[in-house]
Design a protein around this ligand. Sequence first.
Ligand code: ADP
Ligand code: ZN
Length: 822
Amino acid sequence: MLSLIYVEVILPLPLPGTFTYSVPDEFADYAQPGHRVVVSFGKTQFHTGVIRRIVEKQDHLSRIKPIIDALDLEPLVSEDQFLFYEWIAEYYLCTLGETLQAALPSGFKLSSEAFISLAPNAEPDLYILTEKEEWILRKLEDKDLHINDVRKLTGLEQPIKLIKSLQERGLIQLLEKLKDKYTPKREKRIRLTQPYLQEAQLDELLQQLERRTKQIDALVMYLRDVPVLQDPSQNLLGASKPEMIKEGVSPSSLQTLIKNGVFEEWDEIVDRFGYNSLNIGPLPELSDIQGLKRDQILTAFETQRTVLLKGVTGSGKTEIYMSLIHQVIEQGGRVLYLLPEIALTTQIIGRFRKIFGNRFGIYHSRFSDTERMEVWKKCLKGEFDFIIGVRSAVFLPMTNVELIIVDEEHESSFKQHDPAPRYHARDAAIYLAHQLDAKILLGTATPSLETYTNARSGKYALIELNERFSDQPKPIYQLVDLTDERKRKTIKGSFSSRLLNELQEVIGREKQGILFQNRRGYAPVVMCESCGHTPKCPNCSVSLTYHIYANTLNCHYCGYKESMVETCASCGERSLKTVGLGTEKIEEELSILLPEVRIQRMDLDSTRSKYAYQDIIDRFERREIDVLVGTQMISKGLDFERVELVGIFDADRIIHFPDFRSHERAYQLLTQVGGRAGRKLERGRVIVQTNDPSLKLLTQIQQEDYEGFYHDEMKERHKFRYPPFYRLIQVTIRHKDKQTAYEAADQLSFFLRKQLGERSSPPIEPTISKIRNYYRFQLVIRLEKEGINLPGVREFLKSSRDTLLALQSFKSVRVHFDVDPI
Ligand code: ADP
Ligand code: ZN
C-alpha cells in the first residue's frame, strides 16, 4: 500500500507543538525538514512555517490540510538548530514557534502579516514579467502592499507564488509591519580607466583639456585624493562621486569625463564598517603575558569545556580572542563571537577587518532585515569562517563551530526581556557549546556572580589577566564627597569643584573627558513647587522625563509625549521645577560653566538616526569634541587614546537602585566606564561623585577589589535567597483592570503554592505597576539548585497557567514566565 507523506510544521505562533499537514506530490521534493512551507492555519490564510520532520503514515488522515506551497530548495534550518531551539523553548518556558520567530530574520517569514515593497535596486527590465507581475510592480511604485492587496489586485487566490518569484528575482522585498524599509547605503564611485593610469596618457589628456578648466579641476582633485601616480593600486578603490561634488567639483564636468571614458563609474554598497581590502595586516603580536594566558586557555580547553578569562579593562582580551580565532579558523573550524549590543561598534569591527578582511560576517540588530537574511544565507553556504554578532546570533545556522566566545559575559543586554523567548545568550551559548561539542570562552573584567561562582567551584576554568597591555597604568579612582562640597559651597550645579577643575586641566592639555550619567533627558521628574503635583504618564505608572531640546515631557516606557507647559496642570501656578539629573542637563550646565569646551551628548536621543552613533565616535576620535556626555552607551568597547578623565554622576542612585543585582551592576558599570580612561598615554583618572564616600562598594571599586565585593555580595544573596544560590522564575500577570490582574495573580499563586509551597511568593506589585495601560503583578519562584525536578516544575508551571487562563473570569489575562530574570 502506498504510504502517504505528512509533515510536522512549526508555525511562528505562541502555540505549543507542531502542526501536521499533508504534502501534495508536486511539493514532495521540497517538503524536507528545515524547508519553509506556506500553510493555512485557523482563520489566517497564509502562514510560513518550517518543516520540523516528515512523518509517513500508512493510512489517510482525515481533515488534514495540504501545504499550499514550498518555499525553499535547501533547508534554512538544520537539525542541530532545531535541537537548540527546542532546548530554548523548553528551558525558557515558551513555545517552539516563538523561538523560531525570534531566530529567523523576519523576511523569511512570508506570512499574511507581511507587506511587500519595491526593492531598492530592482531591475525589472532584466526579466520577462507576466502581466500580473508588471501590474504589481507598478502599484508598488506608489505604495507598499499587503499580501491581501496583492490578492485583490491580481485576483489570484494564492498570490504567494507570484510574490516569491518577484522576491527571488530581487524585484521586491518583504517588510514586516512597522519595520523600517531597507535601503542599503550605496554610493557612486568613480576611478580612472585603465589607459589613464599611465603618466604619459594623463599628461596628454591634461593638455587636450587645456581650456576646460572645470574638467581639469576634477582630475586634479581626483589625483590629490587618490594618488594613483605613486600607487596605481589605489585607483581600484576610486573616490566617492558625491564627496567630490561636495568638495566643489562640477557635476557636469564629471559627467563629461565619464562619457569620454576618462573616468568609469560604479555603484558600491558601502560597508558601514569601512572595510577596505587593501589594508589587511598581520595578527597583533601578543605580549608575553597575553601569550601565556592564551596558552593557558588552550591547555584548560583540553580538559574543560568552559573557560572564564577575567582580564582587566585594557588588558588586551580582544587580541587574545583574535589569536584564538585565528588558530581555529586556520584549521578549518568556525567561531561564534558574541558581543553585547552596545559593544559591537565600528571600532571593534574595524580592528577585526584589518586582520581578517571579510572572512567573518556581522550580525547586528541595527542591521536591516535584508542584511540579516543575507548573513543567514551566507552562513548556510559556509561562506564565513566566523561570525561577530549580538545575542540573536546564537540562532544562526553555523556548522562546524569549534569555539564560542562571549565577550563582556556579565552584560545584562545578553538577556532578552520581551518578547519570548526571554533567553540569556550567554547561558544559551553555553548550552549550545555543549550540544555542538565546542569550547566556550567567557571574557570580562567584572564577571557576573553566577559565572564567577562556577569558576571558583571548578565548573569552569579560570584564567586571570590583571595588568593592562604594555604596562599601561590602571586608572585611579577618586571619590568626591558632594555633601562636603555643598557645605563648603564649592559645588556648581551638578559639578563638584574637583571634577570641574580636573576637567578643565585635562582639556587645557588637549586631552579629552567622558562624563557618565545613566539617565537620558534633562530631568526625570518635574514637580510643582506650590502643590507638589508631578506630571505622570497616562499609560504607565511613571513620572514623565523632561527633554529640554524638544521641550517635551516623555515617557521612557511607552513613548508617550506631551509638550512642556509653564503652569502646573493641577494648581495653575507658574511654579514647575525640574528634579534630578539627566544627560541633557549635564550638557547644559557644562556649556555654561566651561563655554569654550566642545561638548557632545551620546545617548539614545542623540543617536536615533542611523549613522549618528558612528558619527559621534568618529568626531571624538578626530578630537573635534572635548567632552562626551553619555549614558551607558559610552561604557563599552570604546577605546579612545586621549581620554584621561572620566566623571561619574549619581553613583549613589546606581548603587541603591531597588533590585537585588544593583550592587553587582554598579560594580560592573563603574569599572567599565572607568576603564575608558587612560588607555594609551598618561594614567587615567576617574572621579566618582557621591553623597556617601564611606560606601564600602565604592572603596572596592576604587581598589579593584573584586574578591572583596564578591564575598560581601554573596553573603547578601545567600541571606535573601537569590541567585546564584537559588534559581528564580518570575511570573508576570497583566491585565487592563488592576483588580482582575491582582485576582488572577492571587489565584495563580494559590495554584502554585499547593505544589511549590513557600517557593512561590504571593502577588507582588512591581515598582512600575502599570506599563502601556496594563497593570502588572508578579510572582517570584525560588528553586533550590539541587534536588529539584526542574522539568517537572516547568510542566507544572505551564499547566497551572493553562488552568488559570481556562477560567472564565481570567480569559483575557496575560501571563508570561521569565526564567533566570535579570
Ligand atoms: P580589553 O578588551 O581587555 O579591554 P583591548 O583588547 O581593547 O583590551 O586592548 C586595549 C588596548 O591595547 C587596545 O588599544 C589594543 O589595541 C591594545 N593592545 C592590546 N594588546 C595588544 C597587542 N598585543 N599588540 C598591540 N596592541 C595591543
Ligand atoms: Zn508611558
